[in-house]
Design a protein around this ligand. Structure first.
Ligand SMILES: C[S@@+](CC[C@H](N)C(=O)[O-])C[C@H]1O[C@@H](n2cnc3c(N)ncnc32)[C@H](O)[C@@H]1O
Ligand code: SF4
Length: 358
């Protein structure tokens, strides 16, 4: 087993949260359906799942029929204020394509929780959507866009309607930035998945983000199992010299653009060099939880961690009360590090962008 590669940063992340045993973040994959069909998506592709439906515990699918009802989601959300959860990251599927999304955000913001929305961006072209996100006081909106090259982006992140490609995502970002005007929030950022085909976007995308007026840029390594059709696009050790150069250039981004600094480039690299390693003192399971559209609740989003969860540790948010559900966990040292984990670190870095939760 390779050496510990995450301890410093995990401890620093925890140290930044003085009250870390009581404050926690919920990464909430809210809904399964999505108007886009990204080829690498954690939810798989509709075409493959039509041919072979997925059944495994914790496996995600855009075709899932088990998503919690709006009533169940809202009932659980009403119990979050007063619980350990102080920050909710709404992801998916596509959260902004779910009709009651603004109702849910209102419940969370009325409960004084920090709310970060992760979106594929198309819905931001709807003025009533951007206006309401601003009025509700959403803290941050992260838009996924992988490249400055529309063709590359749209090949990997194709819209299912054939229309809402790269231009519509960029116009959505512009619409939100314009509508925000002089408001401080939401902070607006771009998330890019980095493969061996778009390493240059580690430099080009922060420049685009800055030109658009974004507040942050976060690169994330493609995380796919070896049997995935696109696994050949994953970064490998021979990309490390270029990766280092590109991260050095990224580090020279203007201070007005927040990028993951500190040990993030090392973790990114470590996930490529050591696909399996030990992390000491990981915050997953202590200060980060992961809920799936069907309500299943996990200690963290790592695939390996989910697979290793014992039956007695399997829980659900369905009909549960968050005030008793999120007890401080004993999940700290972990031998199940994976590329998924690298994508957790910038989530915990959000205090630098939106401040600490109340
Ligand atoms: C699952 S999406 C949900 C929110 C929204 N639909 C979106 O695309 O932003 C959350 C983030 O995970 C990223 N993602 C999905 N599959 C991935 C993979 N296999 N490896 C790395 N990142 C991935 C997406 O690009 C996006 O930034
Ligand atoms: S937009 Fe997000 S949820 Fe939808 S397919 Fe792409 S990565 Fe997956």
């Amino acid at each position: 087993m390779p050496e510990d590669n995450g301890a410093g940063s995990a401890e620093q992340a925890v140290a930044r949260q003085p009250d870390h045993r009581s404050k926690a973040t919920l990464l909430w994959a809210l809904r399964s359906p999505c108007p886009r069909g990204c080829l690498y998506c954690y939810f798989g592709t509709v075409e493959k799942h039509r041919a072979r439906p997925v059944t495994g515990i914790g496996q995600l699918s855009h075709l899932s029929c088990d998503d919690l009802s709006p009533g169940q989601v809202l009932a659980f959300a009403r119990t979050l204020p007063g619980s350990r959860i102080r920050r909710v990251v709404l992801a998916g599927g596509e959260p902004l394509a779910w009709p009651p999304i603004l109702q849910l955000i209102r419940v969370l913001k009325d409960g004084a929780l920090q709310v970060i929305v992760c979106t594929e961006g198309t819905a931001l072209n709807r003025p009533e959507m951007t206006q309401t996100l601003i009025e509700l006081g959403v803290d941050a909106v992260s838009v996924s866009l992988d490249s400055v090259d529309p063709t590359y982006n749209d090949q990997l992140r194709p819209p299912r309607n054939g229309k809402d490609g790269w231009e519509r995502v960029v116009s959505g970002i512009e619409a939100l930035i314009t509508a925000r005007g002089d408001h401080e929030y939401p902070k607006i950022g771009i998330y890019s998945v980095i493969t061996n085909q778009n390493l240059a976007d580690l430099e080009a995308m922060p420049k685009l983000a800055e030109q658009l007026g974004c507040d942050y840029f976060i690169p994330q390594p493609l995380a796919l199992t070896e049997d995935h059709d696109l696994h050949d696009m994953s970064l490998a050790t021979d990309h490390i010299p270029e990766l280092r150069d590109r991260f050095a250039a990224l580090g020279a981004s203007p201070p007005s653009l927040h990028i993951p600094r500190g040990r993030y480039p090392e973790q990114f690299e470590a996930s490529i060099s050591h696909p399996l390693a030990t992390v000491t003192g990981c915050f997953g399971g202590r200060t980060l939880f992961f809920a799936q559209p069907d309500g299943r609740l996990w200690d963290c989003p790592s695939t390996y961690r989910i697979e290793a969860t014992t039956p007695e540790r399997r829980r659900t948010i369905a009909d549960a009360d968050a005030r008793t559900l999120f007890q401080p966990g004993d999940c700290g040292d972990c031998a199940l590090f994976s590329r998924d984990c690298v994508n957790m670190w910038p989530l915990m870095d959000f205090s630098q962008i939106i401040g600490d939760p109340a």
